[in-house]
Write a protein that binds this ligand. Structure first.
Ligand code: COA
Length: 183
């Protein structure tokens, strides 16, 4: 998907500040906020290309006003992580698709990825979403992260092109606030 699919600069109606989940409490200075896609696409492309992506790091749904884009930033550094929930379908029902989950290499293992998914849950629960489930295509190297976050495998391993061997994973979107990620 070309990066110039239009409307990238469209600002969502609100910019919602998030309190990072506990995992970030010992990592002061990381701010996770809802943002316009234009604020994160450069970071997303840089991280995912470094991980082997050749294309498809900007998505047509990026510009959909229903899409939810989150950035994690550090003052003086800039964007260090991002994630996007895009409107999608699962078994003929409306769902979210998580795409563009990307934390910069020097900042991994510090709770930023989990902070982004936690903030996404807060955003969904604060809104009026009729999408009860989220899914993603997880490369094998990232499956452990999603499992730790409470996501579960929903397919066998398949070849996902540049991402290599991958599986589809899902998670319910209606988890009560405060419930641990991992079951
Ligand atoms: C996968 C990714 C998003 C994880 O982000 P992160 O900020 O490093 O993750 P966190 O620090 O929040 O980790 C949360 C937990 O998951 C675990 N975890 C993180 N990455 C993991 C991995 N690849 N495999 C297994 N466990 C992992 C952490 O140890 C931590 O566990 P803990 O709560 O017991 O301490 C990040 O490594 C990344 O951007 N990778 C490159 C791009 C990519 O693969 N994106 C996913 C595409 S499918």
């Amino acid at each position: 998907m070309p990066a110039d699919s239009g409307g990238m600069g469209a600002e969502p109606p609100t910019l919602t500040p998030f309190r990072p989940r506990l995992a970030l409490a010992w990592r002061p200075g990381v701010e996770i906020v809802r943002c316009a896609p234009a604020a994160i696409i450069g970071h997303r492309i840089a991280v995912l290309e470094a991980n082997g992506a050749e294309a498809e790091t900007a998505f047509i749904e990026d510009a959909d006003p229903e899409s939810i884009h989150l950035s994690a930033s550090i003052a003086g550094v800039g964007v260090v992580g991002c994630a996007s929930y895009l409107p999608s379908w699962w078994e003929r029902r409306p769902a979210w698709r998580l795409r563009g989950m990307a934390v910069a290499t020097p900042h991994r293992g510090l709770g930023i990825g989990s902070g982004l998914l936690g903030a996404m849950e807060r955003e969904l629960q604060a809104g009026d979403s009729s999408r009860p489930l989220a899914w993603c295509t997880a490369r094998l190297a990232a499956v452990g992260f999603y499992e730790r976050m409470g996501w579960r495998a929903a397919s066998t391993i398949f070849d996902a092109g540049w991402a290599g061997p991958s599986i589809v994973m899902t998670t319910p979107c209606a988890r009560p606030l405060g419930t641990p990620f991992a079951a």
